[in-house]
Design a protein around this ligand. Structure first.
Ligand code: SAH
Length: 219
């Protein structure tokens, strides 16, 4: 079905507004981020059968045992990265269906997105192209290695949880840059925000979260 016509209508707009109100109540303050949640067509990133649930504040399946992240988490992670000011290049690990990639494409000049499952990486390229998102580059690879060729990055967002922070990612972060990443095992994960300063990596815990695991190698 034509992506421009699916799901547009009052119900969808009301559902989007309701979602934004919920996310704001949960603590996201940035108007810019709330507006991105309001205007990004999440229903086009899930199967048609799930499109009617696209503006619920929950993760939904996208196949291959993976999920599209909960909108609140997408908003909170994006807000955390925006605090470092204007972003030139952003690295995204675990692009999945590309919803977060599209949001990042609106706050950065170029987004470098890595996804380990080939079929998802292929679908994501096509979807972003159809949505006229032209500043996201997609790599099928192991995101734990980062994307060295385009480093250093002003910001790095990781959407899958490892038991520790891959060193390649902190190495590829620019001085003053921010990395937001879930760390821990299933059922016991926390979202961390790392800020790189000349001497040290400052670390802040943003809260408890539940992400799919960061898996080694490619699929
Ligand atoms: N960002 C997505 C969420 C995707 S779920 C959204 O917008 O909703 C997390 C994704 O991370 C999955 O697609 C999974 O395949 C991917 N992933 C897991 N381990 C990875 C790794 N080592 N490198 C790259 N991607 C990985």
């Amino acid at each position: 079905m034509n992506g421009d016509t699916r799901g547009i209508g009052m119900t969808s707009q009301r559902a989007r507004d309701r979602l934004v109100v919920q996310i704001a109540k949960m603590g996201v303050k940035s108007e810019r981020v709330l507006n991105l949640i309001r205007t990004t067509p999440r229903h086009l990133f899930v199967d048609e059968a799930l499109a009617s649930r696209a503006y619920e504040n929950t993760a939904l399946p996208i196949g291959f045992s993976q999920t599209i992240s909960q909108p609140y988490i997408v908003a909170a992670m994006t807000e955390a990265l925006l605090k470092s000011g204007e972003l030139n290049n952003v690295l995204e690990i675990g692009a999945g269906c590309g919803y977060q990639s599209m949001i990042l494409s609106k706050i950065a000049k170029t987004v470098y997105s890595v996804e380990r499952i080939a079929m998802l990486a292929d679908k994501l390229r096509i979807r972003l192209h159809e949505l006229h998102v032209n500043n996201v580059r997609v790599l099928h690879g192991d995101g734990a290695l980062g994307w060295e060729k385009h480093a250093p990055f002003d910001a790095i967002l990781v959407a899958a949880a490892g038991i520790s922070i891959p060193q390649a990612l902190t190495d590829q972060l620019a001085i003053g840059g921010r990395l937001v990443i879930p760390v821990g095992r299933p059922g016991n994960q926390e979202l961390r925000l790392i800020t790189k300063t000349p001497g040290i990596l400052e670390e802040e815990i943003l809260g408890e979260v539940s992400f799919v695991p960061l898996v080694k190698g490619v699929g």
